[in-house]
Design a protein around this ligand. Structure first.
Ligand code: 5GP
Length: 209
């Protein structure tokens, strides 16, 4: 059979980090065409479900005790406390998808992103920033789901995350949604085209064909 290059690679682990309210969900929807083949990792969290959210789709909503049991069993790729609630990425679905050659997207905050980068240095780290702090505050308030105290804590956390921007590989400023989606498509395409992702074994197989 005719041998083709870059068919046998492992999936790519993409990490999205950016303040809550920055529009990560809207950006994913705007770039849905490019993300069609990407497996979205559904996180576990102890935070209360918002009315628009579905258990098992947006998050796995867990009691704190159940979450802590998963931590104790070592089932998370990363986990972190964010503004008083626990969030974590179950490792097994991520590893299954990557081994099958499917790209995976994690949407996680900074502490978790750092854990992923330490454990998986080949992960592609993408930072999603708001056009301004004032705009972020407007979006958080507009959502109407958080108390004033929570909004203030989320804003403080957003400032800390932006200060760590240079730890990331790519920056996407979510100002105009379509422009941000175009940048994301370009990042996905460039990362998929990286030569080092083709294994030696695959090159040998290609040359021997
Ligand atoms: P929200 O409560 O607004 O859904 O999420 C709050 C923050 O937690 C966001 O920055 C979101 O990206 C992050 N987050 C969601 N899932 C995870 C996860 O599995 N691990 C970590 N570390 N952060 C997460």
């Amino acid at each position: 059979m005719e041998q083709r290059l870059a068919r046998g690679r492992r999936g790519i682990l993409f990490v999205f980090t950016g303040a809550s309210g920055v529009g990560k969900g809207s950006l994913r929807a705007a770039a849905a065409d490019a993300l069609r083949t990407v497996t979205y990792s559904v996180s576990a969290t102890t935070r209360a479900r918002r009315p628009a959210e579905t258990d098992g789709v947006d998050y796995h909503f867990l009691e704190r005790s159940a979450f802590e049991e998963m931590v104790a069993r070592g089932e998370f790729l990363e986990h972190a406390d964010y503004v008083g609630d626990l969030y974590g990425t179950p490792a097994a679905p991520v590893d299954t998808a990557l081994a099958a050659g499917r790209d995976v997207l994690l949407e996680i905050e900074l502490a978790g992103a750092r854990q992923v980068k330490a454990a998986r240095p080949e992960a592609v780290m993408i930072f999603i920033a708001p056009p301004s702090l004032a705009e972020l505050e407007r979006r958080l308030r507009g959502r109407g789901t958080d108390s004033e105290a929570k909004i203030q804590r989320r804003l403080a956390r957003a400032r800390d995350e932006i200060a760590a921007l240079r730890e990331f590989d790519y920056l996407i400023v979510n100002d105009r949604l379509e422009a941000a989606a175009e940048t994301l498509r370009a990042v996905l395409a460039a990362e998929r085209a990286r030569a080092w992702r083709v294994s030696d074994a695959e090159i040998d197989g290609f040359l021997a064909s």
